[in-house]
Design a protein. Sequence first.
Length: 152
Amino acid sequence: MNPMFALWAALLANLIAQLLKPVFLYMRTKKFDIHQTIACGGFPSSHSSTVAALTSAVAIIEGIESTLFAVTCIFSFIVIYDAVNVRYYAGKNIQLTKQLISDLETMSKLHFSDPIYQEKLKSVLGHRLVEAVGGCILGILVTTVLYFIIHR
């Protein structure tokens, strides 16, 4: 088995996840936004699909009792935890802060002129659990299909 298999599986899973984001957004909202292909957040999580593909490829190449598999598992858990918790709630904090600024301007008739208040911030940074799980399933599926295509 080519050791680059893990790299190609992870990259392919990431690419497919990013390409699927506008498709799933359209299915949910009937609005097509090609910019979703480079966006953070959304379904499926490309972070989760990438690390799940990497971990499943390492399992195929090295076996589930290898040290490398253990390392990629821990790495995957950290990345997925970060996507679902840390980055998700950072995005929620940005949404809350933007709303507070807007409410203060409206209620007090003040205008915050400092450029920091005008800065464009992404409010969708992370993922809901279902988006991360979808990414994991996609990553494992991509690796499995790629393995069977290569080893016919």
